[in-house]
Design a binder for this molecule. Structure first.
Ligand code: SF4
Ligand code: SF4
Length: 426
């Protein structure tokens, strides 16, 4: 793609990077076939190619974002299916991230939008605040569910009961037991630590069973606010996590870092890029990114024994977008489930997003629900009894309308190797 950026504008490293990305696009349109919003809406401006044109036009001239550009950028799920499809290696992830920051800086959203986005950014990355809001939401569910619009739709995403944190606490105690190698920092995350602390507990037990020494690390990685274009908050949260992890890396206390929420894993693995221009933080960010893996990647490396007895349960494996497109992790979760004795089915249209996408299901509920229902219809066709996935966002999204249990892959693996049966299967 030809670009005509003003040389002055190319002095900004983010603009320069985006210009390089734009120049790789050859307008072939292959990406449109796998873009969920184009598949649903059929509008070129809701395809990767259409968005790339809009972003080019906005960045090239340094223009403030317009309402039309914002509408199409907001509808992008950041699922990154287009990056998997693109034959020219267009790094759409960094381009849309830059565009979202530009939108936040130059566009004034309507008041309701501003309030909603500010509330999400003020609550979700902070487990104590989120736990309080969640408890209030569960108590008010009967009222919320009757409300029209977003509030009513958001009520469907609430868990039935207030999640307990006792399992996580027990696992934390276990994590501080006498040391064995390799030592693995396990990210507890923010939203997941409140909504489903059992996943972190299962991950710690499983790593222990696989011969590692897990060390629980709390703190938000910044991914959720990053998707909202709130760069300063993203950097502040990421810096705090990097400082904590790098101190342990320098002291030789950890050999690897593990994420069990693929949305977070994708973001942490990209820290090197995020902090590339900050000479002080760049080495620490790169060291953290280099050592970070999805838990399924590390479990395959550590090696879990093959279970001779089948578990007698058919599992439909839903590969989260951040897992398959963001981290290119495909075979490992499936292989681990099969090794643990589960029969695993693939889901048709597996490349399409389920509509979760960070806070997307709260901000774009109509599109998110259509994608969820399409995913659930494809899951139905597998005939599987259980759905497994590696991202808390997908679990919440699918669970809101799924007739079958939706669990994290590590919950099933933990159960197969001696942990408790997942709550959802009781
Ligand atoms: S990230 Fe997903 S929704 Fe956005 S343009 Fe690419 S394929 Fe489409
Ligand atoms: S597939 Fe790649 S090169 Fe082709 S239009 Fe999409 S982003 Fe551009």
């Amino acid at each position: 793609m030809q670009t005509r950026f003003d040389p002055d504008r190319l002095g900004d490293p983010d603009v320069r990077e985006s210009e390089q990305i734009l120049r790789k696009c050859v307008h072939c349109g292959f990406c449109t076939a796998t873009c969920p919003t184009y598949v649903l809406l059929g509008d070129e401006l809701d395809s990767p190619r259409g968005r790339i044109y809009l972003i080019k036009d906005m960045l090239e001239h340094g223009r403030p974002a317009t309402a039309e550009v914002v509408r199409h950028i907001d509808r992008c799920l950041s699922c990154l299916a287009c990056m998997t499809t693109c034959p020219s290696g267009v790094h759409y992830q960094h381009l849309i991230d830059h565009a979202r920051v530009h939108v936040e800086r130059t566009y004034r959203r309507p008041l309701r939008e501003r309030l909603l986005r500010a509330a999400l950014a003020a609550v979700l990355p902070y487990p104590k605040r989120f736990a309080a809001v969640l408890a209030a939401g569960i108590a008010a569910r009967p009222v919320l569910a009757r409300l029209p619009g977003r509030a009513g739709r958001a009520a469907a995403l609430l868990p039935r009961f207030r999640p307990t944190s006792s399992a996580a606490a027990a696992a934390q105690r276990r994590a501080s037991a006498p040391r064995r190698r390799p030592r693995v920092a396990v990210l507890a995350g923010c939203v997941e630590s409140v909504l489903a602390p059992r996943i972190h507990a299962a991950a710690l037990r499983l790593l222990d069973a696989a011969g590692a020494e897990p060390l629980s690390v709390s703190g938000c990685c910044g991914a959720l606010v990053h998707h909202l274009g709130r760069e300063r908050q993203n950097r502040a949260l990421a810096t705090r996590l990097i400082d904590a992890l790098y101190a342990d890396i320098e002291r030789g206390r950890i050999d690897a870092i593990v994420s069990h929420a693929s949305g977070c894993g994708t973001h942490v693995k990209d820290y090197r890029y995020l902090f590339r221009s900050e000479s002080k933080l760049a080495p620490a960010a790169a060291a953290v990114a280099e050592r970070t893996r999805d838990i399924s990647e590390l479990l395959v490396e550590l090696g879990l024994p093959e279970r001779p007895q089948p578990m007698g349960i058919d599992v439909a494996y839903h590969s989260a977008c951040s897992m398959q497109h963001g981290q290119k992790v495909h075979a490992q979760p499936r292989a681990l489930l099969e090794r643990a004795g589960f029969k695993v089915s693939d889901i048709a249209e597996g490349h399409l997003c389920c509509g979760s996408a960070g806070t997307y299901n709260l901000l774009q509920p109509e599109i998110a629900e259509k994608l969820r229902d399409r995913k659930l219809a494809n899951i139905e066709r597998t005939g599987a009894a259980v759905v497994a996935t590696g991202n808390i966002g997908c679990i919440v999204q699918l669970k809101s309308a799924s007739p079958r249990p939706v669990v994290h892959t590590v919950e099933l693996l933990d159960w197969a190797y001696g942990g408790p049966r997942p709550d959802a299967l009781r």
